[in-house]
Unconditional design. Structure first.
Length: 195
């Protein structure tokens, strides 16, 4: 073997890991986003823009090292189901899910792609995670409220209008987190002698 060939071989093998690391760094990460609002909804747009800005503050740049695939499904079960299937079909590295319906439909179609949720009422009660401290599975995220507040609403109502004996609750039965919240309201109503 000639000396020049040997040195070139060593140089090539030494630079190979550097080149492969450079390719890994330059890999574009794909993030799916399933929003539970209409694309024209100002609050939904504000949340999405906040998410983009948060990514930018962390050093991620859309088009350079991340790609965002967004679907908007305003509390429509069939549309959310279709959007969840589309996003999973794109094989993203992670999916951001806004709202309980989005999480439920995403979990129906994948147990391997990581799902990070926001704006979910009771992820444990809805069965999305095992516990808040140890979620298990492929799903984790942030609750938007504590259900003890629902009991407080009943208490405040009784303090403001002590003569009230009946209370009606309007809720969307297809939203998984609604059941635990409704149970909290019912328990508080019994305590305050409401029907």
């Amino acid at each position: 073997m000639r000396r020049r060939d040997f040195i070139n071989g060593i140089a090539a093998s030494a630079t190979c890991p550097i080149a492969s690391r450079a390719q890994q760094v330059e890999r574009v990460r794909r993030i799916g986003v399933l929003m539970s609002r209409a694309a024209t909804d100002p609050e939904g747009q504000a949340r999405y823009v906040a998410f983009q800005k948060g990514l930018q503050r962390l050093g991620w740049s859309e088009g350079r090292d991340i790609r965002l695939d967004v679907r908007w499904s305003p509390d429509d079960v069939e549309r959310t189901r279709q959007s969840a299937g589309e996003l999973v079909g794109l094989s993203p590295d992670v999916i951001l899910a806004s709202g309980s319906l989005s999480v439920a439909e995403l979990q129906r179609v994948t147990r391997t792609i990581p799902i990070v949720f926001a704006v979910v009422g009771d992820p444990v009660g809805a069965g999305f995670v095992d516990t808040l401290s140890r979620p298990g599975g492929n799903t984790t995220g942030f609750m938007f409220a504590e259900y003890s507040f629902s009991a407080k609403w009943v208490e405040l109502l009784k303090q403001v209008a002590p003569q009230v004996t009946h209370v009606g609750v309007v809720r969307a039965t297809h939203v998984p987190s609604g059941s635990p919240e409704f149970a909290t309201i019912q328990a508080a109503s019994h305590h305050w002698a409401l029907r």
